[in-house]
Design a protein around this ligand. Structure first.
Ligand code: NAP
Ligand code: MG
Length: 398
């Protein structure tokens, strides 16, 4: 069979540890036999980042801006231990943070559902995707402890030096105070990314804040979303048969639990931090969660939601067997290939991506899975396979 031809290359961002091992195997076993794979390769492995003073990460993000679609392997975010382990020149920033800052994107996470693995909330039969606003609020907060007898005020000085002062609290006894901020531009980008992605998923978009209590700060989020929806997206949503639904955050949480899933849930920064872990856990496994960074101007970077699976990598290096789940990394590739196929009008590439995803799901639904899935699956004849065996099992089902 002739291999599927590509037109525009994908930006390929290689990574670290066990996921780097899996990366090569996925290409070798599942992609190269079928596709005349065209990629622009960037090695974001920690050694190369250190060697290039992290220039490679910036270059890969700029390439993504130029080519439009990237696929990324999990990478190490260095901490003090890693600085020692890899003898680093400095504690380089998180590659995901660097890429996100350059693309100004929002991260969407979606669980991959298979039959035989029941969510902890059994009525969640369709995936809930979460979008987390990745700027500001308490993550850029400034906090101080305040002694008794002190008065705390909010002071804003405008460009011309005019000042407005607002009393926060007069402290009769000691306490604490916190200053948080956000930026209209960032909220606007977040809103556009969410509306675009909902259209792409053809799913309703939910958004919520606590605007009844926070009548300026939280209300600003609500207003920006509403304005952008009315002016730019309402018609397209109606045409696609989907809805934009705003409600208070506490009401949203109650509705999410009662729902069947199948929608996109946009969350403010803190809500997204908390709710994405809840949703991921409820669906079963981080190894079955995909992640895509979408910029407001429609640039896509696909990856798995999990990390480099360090413990498995150390076993692998000692020559021991591993049973690492590659599904989320495979879906990063299929997401990127499908998007590339759509943009370049290559139907065969879109079909292949769909077929490969189907093959992964069928493999698990037929009882063949990596160890992490064994305790979750209620398949009567389930069988654990090692890392490479799983990929080979998938290949037989393409
Ligand atoms: P992790 O790599 O996601 O692994 C945590 C644990 O979850 C693993 O030890 C394993 O449990 C289980 N697990 C995760 N993915 C799995 C898979 N595909 N198959 C089977 N089991 C899986 O998180 P971490 O240990 O916190 O972080 C390791 C490194 O990854 C860190 O250096 C961190 O900076 C980096 N990281 C990168 C990204 C990214 O690039 N997007 C995201 C998160 C973390 P068992 O050991 O019990 O089997
Ligand atoms: Mg968290």
């Amino acid at each position: 069979m002739a291999k599927i031809k590509m037109i525009t290359p994908l930006v390929e961002m290689d990574g670290d540890e066990m996921t780097r091992v899996i990366w090569q195997k996925i290409k070798e076993i599942l992609l190269l036999p079928y596709i005349d794979l065209k990629t622009e390769y960037y090695d974001l492995g920690l050694e190369k980042r250190n060697e290039t003073d992290d220039r490679i990460t910036i270059d890969s993000a700029l390439a993504t801006k130029r080519l439009g679609v990237a696929v990324k392997c999990a990478t190490i975010t260095p901490n003090a231990e890693r600085v020692e382990e890899y003898n680093l020149k400095k504690m380089w920033l998180s590659p995901n943070g660097t890429i996100r800052a350059i693309l100004d994107g929002t991260v969407f996470r979606t669980p991959i559902l298979v039959k035989g693995v029941t969510a902890y909330i059994p009525n969640w039969t369709a995936p809930i995707s979460i979008a987390r606003h990745a700027y500001g609020d308490v993550y850029k907060g400034v906090e101080v402890r305040v002694p008794d007898g002190a008065k705390a005020e909010l002071l804003v000085t405008d460009r011309d030096g005019n000042q407005t002062k607002t009393l926060i609290h007069s402290f009769e006894t000691g306490g604490i105070v916190q200053g948080v901020h956000n930026i209209d531009k960032s909220i606007t980008s977040f809103a556009r990314s969410c509306f675009n992605y909902a259209l792409e998923l053809k799913q309703d978009l939910w958004f919520s804040t606590k605007d009844t209590i926070s009548k300026v700060y939280e209300h600003r989020f609500k207003d920006i979303f509403a304005e952008i929806y009315e002016n730019e997206y309402k018609e397209r949503f109606e045409k696609a048969g989907i809805e934009y639904f705003y409600t208070l955050i506490d009401d949203a949480v109650a509705r999410v639990i009662r729902s069947e899933g199948g929608f996109l849930w946009a969350c403010k920064n803190y809500d997204g931090d908390v709710m994405s872990d809840m949703v991921a856990t409820a669906y079963g496994s981080l190894a079955m969660m995909t992640s895509v960074l979408v910029s407001p101007d429609g640039i896509y970077e696909y990856e798995a939601a999990h990390g480099t699976v360090t413990r498995h990598y150390y076993k692998h290096r000692k020559g021991e067997q591993t049973s690492t789940n590659s599904v989320a990394t495979i879906f990063a590739w299929t997401g990127a290939l499908r998007k590339r196929g759509e943009l370049d009008g290559i139907g065969e590439l879109v079909d292949f991506a769909n077929r490969l995803e189907r093959a992964c799901i069928t493999t698990i639904e037929e009882g063949v899975m990596t160890k992490d899935m064994i305790s979750l699956s209620d398949h009567p004849n389930k069988r654990a396979v090692n890392t490479v065996e799983f990929l080979e099992e998938v290949a037989t089902r393409i």
